[in-house]
Design a protein around this ligand. Structure first.
Ligand SMILES: Cc1cc2nc3c(=O)[nH]c(=O)nc-3n(C[C@H](O)[C@H](O)[C@H](O)COP(=O)(O)OP(=O)(O)OC[C@H]3O[C@@H](n4cnc5c(N)ncnc54)[C@H](O)[C@@H]3O)c2cc1C
Length: 362
């Protein structure tokens, strides 16, 4: 008998499983396909919300906790799994400049290192960037390489003693009275006194078997990658809602679209053109390189991007860690830790109130 069943093997599920396992519990992750192939695979791995000053303090609080711990966490993951998640602390340049004052006020209030760069300073640090008059510079923002991160997490979880059952979709949740007792899968019933829903964009559907809901919906994001060479661009650069992310090997990702099209993961020619255009506008020399891949993922969209973290108010033992929308990687380690703190009744790293499940019913 397991202590905890975790439904979904994306970043939320694997991080939660690791937290609970490290507390000595018997944990099993149930994944309908294979772990780390959905949104957590598709994302850019930027360890900051885009335009962070536009987010509510609930998102900032989780992001800041994670940002303080991620470099060390990535290092530990590398050691525990033998797979490098490729943490790079190369900073984030934000070109859109009409919010300089708001951003600076936010940075002061939140003790964030944010610097103003004029055209000359900008050209000096990113010579291949198109001509822009000014930028905001967040030097402490890092990134992870999602597919590597997910492989590393999977291996670290297995090495720590987490059981992972792939091709094991959860069809229904099971309860007795108001207590969760397990889940139903095609391979049979699996019993546990605690269940955590970490099913990303599918979380609402998982809860539907108990006639419960969660206001989390799929939001498609498309990305492309150029097979560029190392040194073309060094920093993450964001302008007009699009960004370029240089990886260690020189590959440059350009993202992303934000599309409300249901559970449709197809890529489109329109998005390909949009992303290429955005990339060329930022780094004109990207036009010298081939787009080698174009993909899409389904973000777990939630209102204001505030995830649901905590126990369900109606069902004892049913926990949620879902709805991280555009920030599931940067919010990931803080969210998993907070969920474990709540479930294990430890002193929480942050006030859990803003993330409580059921807040939508108020
Ligand atoms: C294009 C794009 C760019 C992004 N860029 C960034 C970024 O730069 N920084 C950042 O922080 N975030 C980014 N994100 C967002 C981030 O990727 C997501 O918030 C995060 O991956 C969500 O993780 P998750 O584990 O909750 O969901 P998922 O990764 O989608 O995992 C959910 C898992 O649950 C499984 N599942 C579903 N239903 C069931 C069931 N019934 N039974 C068993 N298993 C089930 C699924 O198969 C899946 O593996 C981006 C997302 C996209 C799409």
């Amino acid at each position: 008998m397991y202590d905890y069943l975790i439904i979904g093997g994306g970043i939320s599920g694997l991080l939660t499983a690791l937290e609970l396992r490290r507390a000595g519990l018997k944990v099993c992750v149930l994944e309908k396909n294979t772990t780390g192939q959905e949104s957590s695979w598709a994302g850019g791995g930027i360890l900051s919300p885009l335009y962070p000053w536009r987010y509510p303090s609930a998102v900032t609080a989780l992001a800041q906790w994670s940002q303080t711990h991620y470099a060390h966490y990535a290092d530990e993951l590398h050691q525990q799994s033998g797979i490098d998640p490729e943490y790079v602390g190369n900073g984030l340049l934000i070109i859109d400049s009409d919010e300089v004052q708001v951003a600076q006020n936010w940075a002061v209030a939140n003790q964030v290192n944010l610097q103003y760069l004029d055209a000359e300073a900008l050209k000096a640090c990113e010579p291949e960037l198109a001509d822009y008059a000014q930028a905001l510079w967040l030097p402490e923002v890092g990134q992870l390489r999602n597919p590597r991160l997910m492989k590393s997490l999977r291996q670290a979880a297995l090495n720590a003693g987490v059981e992972i059952r792939e091709h094991c979709p959860v069809l229904n949740l099971q309860t007795e009275g108001q207590q969760i007792t397990g889940v139903v899968t095609p391979q049979g019933i699996i019993n546990a006194g605690q269940v955590v829903v970490t099913s990303g964009a599918w979380s609402d559907g998982v809860l539907a078997s108990l006639n419960l809901g969660l206001p989390v919906e799929p939001v498609r994001g498309q990305m492309i990658v150029f097979a560029a060479q190392a040194g073309l661009v060094s920093r993450i650069v964001l302008a007009n809602q699009h960004y370029v992310i240089p990886r260690r090997d020189g590959h440059v990702l350009v993202g992303s679209t934000v599309e409300y099209v249901g559970f449709d993961k197809h890529t489109t020619d329109v998005a390909l053109e949009e992303l290429k255009y955005a990339g060329f506008n930022l780094i004109p020399r990207l036009a010298d390189y081939e787009v080698t891949k174009h993909w899409a993922g389904l973000r777990p969209g939630s209102k204001h991007g505030i995830p649901y973290i905590g126990e369900h108010p109606e069902i004892k033992g049913l926990f949620i860690n879902a709805g991280h929308f555009r920030n599931g990687v940067v919010l990931g380690i803080a969210s998993a830790r907070l969920l474990a703190d709540i479930a294990l009744q430890r002193t929480p790293i942050l006030d859990p109130q803003p993330y409580r499940v059921g807040r939508f019913e108020a």
